[in-house]
Design a protein around this ligand. Structure first.
Ligand SMILES: Nc1ncnc2c1ncn2[C@@H]1O[C@H](COP(=O)(O)OP(=O)(O)OP(=O)(O)O)[C@@H](O)[C@H]1O
Ligand SMILES: [Mg+2]
Length: 319
């Protein structure tokens, strides 16, 4: 046992994976190939990496749907075993919203679907009804309560998938590409729901290919590569490592690129840390350079063209 002595438990760490291996039946290449990582309590974690790098497989191991062939998983410092009791505990504390809602939803009506988890965990009918009503109200899906799940749109199914998990009040919520295939309206809704979940102190681990969203949202980025973790770190540092991004087919976030451009042109206050959003970027801009004419010089010094293009960039971004 690793951290199982009570006095040794690091209360900051919610989930720890240690050298996980998993190979799908009939495959020769492992989907998880010695994957190790640590998730701190209350953090917003973005899992990124190429298609097929093992994100979904790892998530499915995290709530016991798949069992790694070797390696260990610790939840709040305690090793997760393979007994029924351990699996039930894992499903209660770790909820996963599947990449594809059609793989997650199976009950006849929306109310039945969302009630299934709490009933299965042993909550009374009355407690289940109270929880289901509250979560439907919160996500704005009460109107669909009696609709068959198959008659919902993709965006509505995604909200029901999230309700399925929220209703169980887990400690860790895993969102596997929650905005994939959603229109801008539903994407924003999912982002707002995610924000509310994290404000309640629930730890969220999300797979996403959206570098701009991940950069702004996450406390930490975990980069998956061929079933292992290539890097885990703060977004600004990680996204500034171009060799690393190239290896994982990622492009730098637009905000960071603009920041570095402005910095190289001395249009950013000295020693400013990288901004996380547009507001922070605006607050770090220096005042516009004095026009040279005021000092008795012509208005077109050699680098004016460069400055103009930079200012045009700022205007385009309505900075
Ligand atoms: N049901 C399955 N049967 C066989 N192989 C699978 C299965 N699901 C995934 N794999 C393989 O396991 C590896 C990891 O896949 P996984 O779905 O975990 O990657 P991912 O990082 O989630 O990718 P994506 O970004 O496309 O969602 C891939 O090589 C994939 O082909
Ligand atoms: Mg996936």
């Amino acid at each position: 046992m690793k951290l199982s002595e009570d006095h040794n438990i690091d209360r900051e760490i919610l989930l720890e994976a240690e050298r996980l291996f998993y190979t799908y039946e009939g495959e020769s290449t492992p989907a998880l190939n010695g994957l190790s990582l640590t998730i701190k309590r209350g953090k917003k974690i973005a899992c990124m990496g190429a298609n097929g790098s093992g994100k979904s497989t790892f998530f499915l191991c995290c709530n016991g749907i798949y069992t790694p062939s070797s390696g260990s998983l610790y939840l709040s410092g305690r090793p997760v075993g393979r007994t029924k009791k351990d699996l039930l505990m894992l499903r209660r504390k770790v909820g996963i919203v599947f990449q594809d809602p059609d793989r997650q939803l199976f009950a006849a009506s929306v109310r039945q679907e969302i009630s299934f988890g709490p009933l299965n965990l042993g909550f009374s009918e009355e407690e289940t009804r109270r929880r289901v009503d509250a979560v439907m109200e919160e996500l704005g899906i009460t109107a669909y309560a009696h609709k068959p799940v198959h008659a919902l749109s993709g965006g509505q199914k995604k909200l029901v998938s999230i309700a399925d998990i929220l209703v169980m009040e887990p400690e860790l919520i895993i969102l596997d590409e929650p905005a994939a295939a959603l229109d801008p309206f539903y994407t924003e809704m999912v982002h707002q729901i995610t924000r509310r979940i994290t404000e309640r102190g629930i730890t969220v681990m999300m797979a996403t290919h959206d570098v701009n969203y991940a950069y702004e949202w996450a406390d930490e980025i975990i980069l998956f590569d061929e079933g292992r973790i290539l890097r885990q770190g703060h977004p600004a540092g990680l996204f500034s490592d171009h060799a690393l991004l190239k290896k994982t087919h990622l492009t730098p976030p637009m905000l960071l690129t603009v920041f570095h451009q402005l910095q190289s042109r001395n249009l950013i206050r000295e020693k400013s840390p990288a901004p996380r959003n547009m507001e922070e970027l605006k607050s770090r801009l220096t005042s516009p350079p004095d026009t040279q004419e005021q000092n008795g010089f012509p208005a077109s010094p050699p680098d004016t063209q460069e400055q103009n293009s930079c200012l045009a960039q700022q205007e385009e971004l309505s900075i």
